[in-house]
Design a protein around this ligand. Sequence first.
Ligand SMILES: [Zn+2]
Length: 144
Amino acid sequence: MAAPRRRVTVSDVDHADVHDVAERLKEMSTAYQMCRDSDYRHSWRPLTANINDDGTRERVMRCSRCRTVKTRLMTAYGHTISVTYKYPEGYQLKGFGPLDETARDYLRLLSFNRDAGLDAPEYPASSVTPITAAKGKRNRKGRR
Ligand SMILES: [Zn+2]
């Protein structure tokens, strides 16, 4: 079984380096940006599916876009025992910990701008003038 992933605490992340995060995200390949964008996420394809001697099931999938490999180990009843990811070089932002909400918003806008054929946005995204809601559409902030 894979070694447990180290839990990143707030104190491990230098929040002063948010602009560095933006620069790193801008430099990332389109594939990595898309897989990190919550509108796209990974595009999993089956790689292997095996039943182990102890009856547990192991399914390995690979993202067709970024080549990340995901391994899920489950019981014979489908209950998850563990899920591990093996990321390609350069996918993870080493030393920054998980992306905070501002960075995730920036990444989404970066991805949007690429889809729209626009230049990369300034960071942070909150400094960008908000796009007004299209006529006839109400702002339903807070509702999902
Ligand atoms: Zn991916």
